[in-house]
Design a protein around this ligand. Structure first.
Ligand SMILES: Cc1cc2nc3c(=O)[nH]c(=O)nc-3n(C[C@H](O)[C@H](O)[C@H](O)COP(=O)(O)OP(=O)(O)OC[C@H]3O[C@@H](n4cnc5c(N)ncnc54)[C@H](O)[C@@H]3O)c2cc1C
Length: 402
């Protein structure tokens, strides 16, 4: 990847001025986002030609702040979070030039939503156990299998997909990574109901789906390494975002605290203070993580951020429920429509009720790697403690008990 450190904050501000002079931020939203991408102001640390300028990553806020002040549209990162947080960095590192040019622009503008076809009924935490088969047929691969818990599959145009291409070698060695066209014949998306009452994720059945070899990311058999890039970035995307002080769920509960003096108690005050401080510590850790990212790929620190985020979000949403008492039990989403038609296009904690926040936060300690698995990663890779015994390391995948 190209890296230029020659673009500084003033240079970026000048480029933003030029973009605003040439493209009306109040005009067509998509046209503006496309122009922003083409000006290298989408993700400034990406290479020129791919929405960036090879600038230091931490200068992104210079662009974002200037454009927000001018009332320019943003690219709605919640709806396209999987594309931005996971697919894009994977395509950037492992894709060919052709693949990067084809996929990154519509991904960033939100024209094409991406989902992640990783988990299977028998392969979640142990992702390398997966059994979805891809068999080569001339210039294509024929894919058969079932994926599960696929967020946003009902909205997605593309998926990142990990498959088994060689069952005769140990599980980590026989996997290959693809981009899958979700509109291809044989891709079937079925809603799965969540504790919130909605169906934000899905089962995805793949039956004789033909994937051209040109959609392969990385070498045949190298899918595990490519998937590691995705997973490392996933943890940072979930847990290490740059956020202003007192934002997210802690902002919602602080607002209630300020506006509703009748709910306050000394014990509640102590608890809120404790959670606020924890949220601030996590926010600052996230900032440090992003600074580290400016000089390299995410490391296992992202796992610590994701673990803390999940724990804190559950604690804060639980506190909000206690604070509001019966009032918090009012929950609107069960009463109207059927669950299969309630298919959110984004997980938006702040736009929803305290009841929703509490229920949806339960998934935070499962999605993107469970808290138990993240603790294992921290123990082994950060603290250097002895690893779990891995008895299946050298056994061919086909001989593993299923
Ligand atoms: C809201 C939500 C959205 C999701 N979106 C997606 C998506 O878009 N795409 C996708 O591919 N997947 C998605 N997932 C799936 C998610 O990544 C998996 O659920 C997760 O990796 C756990 O896998 P599992 O459900 O198979 O549980 P299992 O792996 O069966 O784990 C069950 C329990 O055992 C524990 N456990 C397992 N192994 C160990 C171990 N070695 N040491 C200690 N404890 C262990 C786990 O921590 C867990 O508590 C989503 C999940 C949720 C909840």
């Amino acid at each position: 990847m190209e890296k230029f450190a020659t673009v500084d904050a003033d240079g970026l501000r000048a480029r933003v001025e030029q973009l605003l002079a040439e493209h009306d931020p109040a005009g067509d939203r998509l046209a503006f986002l496309q122009a922003r991408f083409d000006a290298g102001l989408a993700w400034v640390h990406y290479p020129p030609g791919l929405g960036g300028l090879g600038a230091p990553r931490e200068l992104q806020s210079v662009v974002d702040d200037a454009l927000a002040a001018a009332g320019a549209p943003d690219n709605d990162p919640r709806r396209i979070g999987i594309g931005l947080g996971m697919a894009a960095p994977t395509i950037l590192v492992h894709g060919t030039d052709e693949q990067r040019r084809r996929w990154l622009r519509p991904l960033w503008t939100g024209e094409e939503v991406w989902c992640q076809l990783f988990s299977e009924p028998g392969a979640g935490s142990d992702l390398a156990a997966l059994g979805t088969r891809a068999v080569r047929e001339q210039d294509s691969w024929i894919v058969n299998g079932q994926k599960v818990w696929t967020s946003m599959a009902h909205e997605a145009r593309w998926a990142i997909l990990v498959t088994r291409t060689d069952p005769s070698v140990p599980k980590h060695a026989g996997m290959t990574y693809f981009a899958c066209d979700m509109t291809a014949p044989g891709v079937e998306v079925r809603p799965l109901r969540q504790i919130t009452g909605e169906a934000e994720f899905n089962e995805v059945f793949l039956t004789d789906v033909r994937i051209p070899d040109e959609y392969r990311l990385g070498d045949v058999g190298n899918g595990w390494r490519v998937a590691q890039t995705t997973l490392m970035n996933e943890r940072v995307a979930i847990g290490g975002g740059a956020a202003p002080r007192e934002s997210g769920t802690i902002a919602a509960v602080c607002r209630t605290w300020r506006e509703r003096p009748e709910l306050r108690t000394p014990a509640g005050h102590a608890e809120l203070m404790r959670l606020w401080v924890e949220a601030e510590a996590l926010r600052l850790t996230g900032l440090r993580l992003r600074q580290q990212l400016a000089v390299g790929a995410p490391g296992p620190e992202g796992s610590a951020a994701k673990l803390s985020y999940a724990r804190l979000n559950q604690a804060v949403s639980g506190f909000e429920l206690d604070l509001l008492g019966d009032e918090a039990l009012r929950y609107d989403d069960w009463s109207t429509g059927t669950w299969a038609t309630k298919r959110p296009a984004a997980v938006d904690f702040l736009a929803r009720s305290p009841g929703y926040r509490y229920l949806r936060a339960k998934g935070n300690s499962i999605e993107g790697g469970t808290s138990e698995i993240l603790r294992n990663i921290i123990a082994e890779r950060v603290l250097g403690l002895p690893g779990e015994p891995r008895v299946d390391k050298d056994v061919p995948w086909k001989d593993l008990p299923k």
